[in-house]
Write a protein that binds this ligand. Sequence first.
Ligand SMILES: NC(=O)c1ccc[n+]([C@@H]2O[C@H](COP(=O)([O-])OP(=O)(O)OC[C@H]3O[C@@H](n4cnc5c(N)ncnc54)[C@H](OP(=O)(O)O)[C@@H]3O)[C@@H](O)[C@H]2O)c1
Length: 245
Amino acid sequence: MPVSSTRTILISGASRGIGRAIAEHLLAAGHRLSLGLRNPAALDGTALDPTCAGVDEQGLPRVLLHPYNAEDPASAEAWVAQSLSHFGAIDSLVHSAGVFSRVPLLFESGQEHDIQQLWDVNVMGPWWLTRAAWPELAAHGSGRIVVLVSMSGKRSKGRLAGYTASKFALMGLCQTMRNEGWEQGIRVTAICPSWVNTDMAAAVNAMPKEAMSQPGDIAALTTQLLELPNSCVPFELAVSCNLEV
Ligand SMILES: NC(=O)c1ccc[n+]([C@@H]2O[C@H](COP(=O)([O-])OP(=O)(O)OC[C@H]3O[C@@H](n4cnc5c(N)ncnc54)[C@H](OP(=O)(O)O)[C@@H]3O)[C@@H](O)[C@H]2O)c1
């Protein structure tokens, strides 16, 4: 089935970092965007501000902003419902909201909260949101789900038990989405970077920031992914800025 050239895409985590770069790239490529944000006002006056982003061929604003907190399942359902009401359909989902914290295997008392937050945002957030958008993605015939997983969803490195466990779980969720959506034309891609030059990697000193993967390059990959036909969508993209053996 040919893929429509203009997609209607929900993106989480578009206030900053990789999600923001993806949103800017997809907007420039002509797509319609619905951005779920904890603080929609964070995009006031930017290229992603609906008043700056223009209208589609039906005269609808090409960007919709909606409150979304990955820790609140009701906000996922409200965001999907508002997106449907605005655009009439949804065909793609980009999960970029995520949190990182250094919780080791032998965590300190009190770090249970960090583990719970890693689970709630990195795993349950994409799960609830996918569940809410699924009927629309399935109805389209070429639905797409792009998930910012991590190399930490493929191998364990460093003392990052909490983050790694959340990303392995997220990878399991991606495999399940791929399996259960295949017959309906839903294609899933798990993007697995090592370090990307965003706030999340701000405290990393192991390499210069310019040697890390750049958010704009992940965004360009994502834009290309969304243009591929059902027969040619990679399930996993490992994107390492350093040698992984
Ligand atoms: N940067 C890296 O090195 C790297 C490497 C591999 C994978 N990743 C993954 O890529 C994704 C994006 O990371 P990034 O580097 O862009 O991180 P970032 O710059 O720290 O941005 C994180 C984004 O997630 C949003 N977010 C966090 N908690 C949320 C919540 N409870 N509800 C809704 N949104 C929430 C943030 O929104 P606010 O502005 O409201 O906080 C922000 O938009 C994450 O899943 C991350 O694990 C990143």
